[in-house]
Design a protein around this ligand. Structure first.
Ligand code: ZOZ
Ligand code: NAD
Length: 709
């Protein structure tokens, strides 16, 4: 036994408890501790069967991911070696019953599969989420899981990473019983039922492995699906290969093949990037000047001003988290439209099987629409989502200052306006903060939390915690124009327009980026959100552009022709009634005509150049943001891009990607673009510094506190 594992007796049943907070990961000492406890319990003649359980709310969240980082960075040698420990558990002559509450993920589920019986509480979630880290199960999961649930479901679980709940796990044969009431008592009772019965070893089973004839079409379909759905990624294919090995090879040889494929994935750039994304996403809530113990404000009731696209979406987010919300608009028709959209979105979720009708009815009861501020006085927090103009925001905040109770949080969902200027219209700037949701708010995981100059630490800490409660990844950013995400996105979409103006077809620009891994191309994104949005921003902020800087012109002309994107049936592409895009010959004609008129030389532009100019435009602006302190860490920028802008997690985010290419090489390319295309490509000073010093964005630390304006 080790510090992490202890065992006690309940008469004839040994209870082994794994206690490695916060998530009972299989850190060094944990697998060894389990094996030692099993051995001791086995040798106690009064023990008839063993129960293995996790301390706290959960079973085991998997291997200790920090150990993977040590392995790939060379800080640790050798093997994590969980597999051999699991064989010892499985070889126990006395039945081992695993009792699962909370999460049994990755190596945690592999431990459970090696035990002889599995029982679970109704809240249990069982999964092989390794693909989210760019790897595959590495402790026999690809070999034992198909033996328990069949090949098809094993492929699904190992390639999507999605966990199953206890009821489904019982239907699949993954667990033997769902325990109602006290889990440990149920598991001990179950252990007594199976004590003395012959041992069943998962690895010796083959009844669910199927025949080659049955399996061939399953593997062919899975590979076809993986090629389409997980473009460029290696781990899903590796998981399928490993499961196929389970159907063709004896267990021990299958495990060797799994191990080979596991190592291939673990040491890949993709896995390193995804593991970075995992830790970066958890790092964002750690703010250097805000202690973990900061007291939080209670947020039990919310209010929203503006029932448009964003207000309605945010109301759904609150209701989904069980928080009652008052949704106000000044226009009764807008309020009706807002509620109708909310109902339509929920109906769609019911149709797709995401929510039940009863669940949705309960959520709808939490949303109260109103034309007055009557319900606002009792709210702990308000989120303003009215039109994007400063005079209106100021007027609304002055009203909120009057109606909201003392200490309530006053948040704005503005995407471009200065939070400090808004805060200055209130008597309590310390309570004012930006909560920048992304559209559609009920779907997108990202939430930029904008820190004003005077925002209090309690308010910031509360909003970071609230983000988690609302199912969002909240990233604290400074108060600069466009904050972090949109400030970087602006040069990215501008560069896409320049590429088109120099001769690249819109389809070629979008396709190059989609092939590289972006969820959508930049021009298709423009069509989706409406080309008029960035048009208005360009016009409003033109006076801030450096004199003489190159300006894109084609998109402005499209807007002026009424081609606003999907909503008008035409933008960069044309759209049918179902909003399916196709190339528009009119666009290619217009582009040729405008190019001739403007005298801009046209040329073939390679996919490589498209990707470099697009991605490096993100990196260059990201470097400025980091240096200026509007983002606390490079990983925060990566988290924003992976969660809000469709940046591929397997490339780690723009700043991580730049580190993998090498800041020096990125700097040289950007310098070449600077010479060729002018001042907009001036390299960021931080990039130049890293290129010279050999440093990386990941290791860059700012001494000063976060910038706020
Ligand atoms: O934390 C959530 C989660 O999803 N964790 C990761 C689950 C996962 O991906 N498991 C698979 C790991 S890979 C694996 O197991 C491979 C395998 O087959 C083993 C084979 C080895 C073969 C070796 C051959 C060389 C979870 C859902 C569990 C909990 O979510 P919460 O929102 O409640 O909490 P978080 O996410 O804020 O986490 C709390 C703290 O725990 C840290 N953490 C979580 N899972 C970890 C982990 N640290 C190490 N390893 C894990 N598996 C997390 O970073 C956070 O730390 P702090 O410092 O930020 O508080
Ligand atoms: P919208 O036009 O869909 O909705 C605005 C709503 O505010 C309308 O229903 C309008 O009737 C209402 N309204 C106007 N004045 C009001 C007042 N004084 N009191 C109460 N209601 C009032 O706009 P939207 O797209 O939801 O944007 C709202 C805010 O969210 C803006 O600040 C915008 O920049 C920001 N935002 C929008 C997006 C997006 O993609 N749409 C994304 C992030 C942030």
């Amino acid at each position: 036994m080790t510090d992490f594992v202890r065992w006690t007796k309940q008469q004839d049943i040994a209870v082994i408890t794994i206690d490695n907070p916060p998530v009972n990961a299989l850190s060094p000492g944990v697998p060894e501790g389990i094996v030692a406890a099993v051995a001791e319990a086995e040798s106690d003649r009064s023990v008839k069967a063993l129960v293995l359980i996790g301390a706290g709310k959960s079973f085991i969240a998997g291997a200790d991911i920090k150990e993977f980082v040590k392995l790939t960075s060379g800080q640790r040698r050798g093997d994590i070696g969980i597999l051999a420990h699991l064989l010892k558990i499985e070889d126990s002559p006395k039945p081992v019953v695993v009792a699962i509450q909370g999460n049994a993920l990755g190596g945690g589920l592999e431990v459970a599969q090696a035990c002889h019986y599995r029982v679970a509480a109704s809240d249990a979630r069982l999964g092989q989420p390794e693909v989210n880290l760019g790897i595959i199960p590495g402790a026999g999961g690809t070999q034992r899981l198909p033996r328990l649930v069949g090949v098809e479901r094993a492929i699904e679980m190992c390639t999507t990473g999605r966990p199953v709940g206890a009821t489904e796990a019982a239907q699949l044969g993954l667990i033997d019983r769902v325990v109602a009431g006290d889990l440990l008592a149920g598991a001990v009772a179950f252990a007594r039922e199976v004590a003395g019965k012959p041992i069943r070893k998962t690895r010796e089973r083959s009844d669910r492995l199927g025949t080659p004839e049955q399996n061939a079409p399953i593997f062919a379909a899975a590979r076809e699906n993986a090629r389409k759905k997980y473009r460029n990624q290696i781990c899903q294919m590796a998981a399928i290969d490993a499961i196929e090995a389970a159907t063709r090879l004896p267990f021990d040889k299958g495990c060797q093949e799994e191990r080979r494929l596991f190592d291939h994935c673990l040491y890949s750039e993709q896995s390193k990037a995804q593991i970075h994304v995992f830790f970066a996403e958890r790092e964002v809530s750690k703010i250097p000047d805000i202690p973990k113990e900061m007291p939080l404000l209670a947020v039990d009731r919310m209010a929203i001003v503006g029932a448009g696209t964003m207000g309605g979406g945010i109301a759904m987010v609150c209701a989904n988290a069980g928080v009652p919300v008052a949704l106000k608009d000044t226009d009764p028709a807008a309020l009706d439209r807002g509620l109708a959209t909310i109902e339509k979105n929920y109906a769609m979720s019911v149709k797709r099987g995401r929510f039940t009708r009863e669940y949705v009815d309960e959520r709808l009861k939490l949303i109260k629409t109103t034309l007055s501020y009557d319900d606002f006085a009792s709210a702990d927090m308000v989120i303003e989502a009215v039109f994007e103009t400063m005079p209106l925001k100021k007027q609304v905040f002055a009203e909120l200052d009057r109606v909201m109770k003392k200490g309530a949080i006053l948040a704005s969902n503005t995407s471009t306006l200065n939070i400090d200027e808004i805060a200055a219209t209130t008597s309590r700037p310390e309570s004012v903060i930006g909560m920048h949701f992304f559209s559609p708010a009920n779907v997108m995981r990202l939430l930029e939390i904008v820190r004003g100059r005077r925002t209090s630490k309690e308010v910031i800490a509360t909003c970071l915690q609230l983000a988690r409660r609302l199912g969002k990844v909240g990233v604290l950013v400074g108060n600069c124009r466009g904050f972090v995400g949109n400030r970087m996105f602006l040069p990215y979409i501008r560069e896409a327009q320049f590429l088109v103006e120099e001769g690249a077809a819109p389809e070629a620009v979008d396709q190059a980026l989609v092939d590289w891994g972006m969820a959508m191309g930049p021009l298709a994104v423009g069509d989706l959100g409406g080309l008029d949005v960035s048009y208005r921003i360009r016009k409003e902020y033109r006076h801030l552009e450096k004199p003489g800087a190159r300006q894109p012109f084609v998109e402005d002309r499209l807007v002026e022709m009424g081609r606003l994107g999907q909503k008008t049936g035409a933008g960069w592409y044309k759209y049918d009634a179902e909003r399916r895009a196709s190339s528009d010959p009119e666009i290619s004609g217009l582009l040729r005509k405008w190019a001739a008129e403007s005298g801009l030389a046209q040329r073939q532009i390679s996919a490589e150049e498209i990707v470099e100019r697009e991605i490096y435009s993100l990196v260059n602006e990201g470097a400025r943001i980091l240096e200026e302190g509007y983002a606390l860490r490079a990983g925060d920028i990566d988290t924003i891009y992976v969660n809000g802008y469709g940046f591929p997690a397997y490339r780690g985010g723009p700043m991580w990607y730049a580190d993998t290419v090498g800041p020096k090489k990125v700097y040289e390319r950007i310098s070449a673009f600077h010479r060729q295309h002018g001042m907009l490509w001036e390299p960021a000073p931080l990039l130049e510094e890293l290129a010279t010093s050999g440093g990386t964005f990941a290791n860059f630390q700012r001494a000063a506190a976060q910038a706020t304006d």
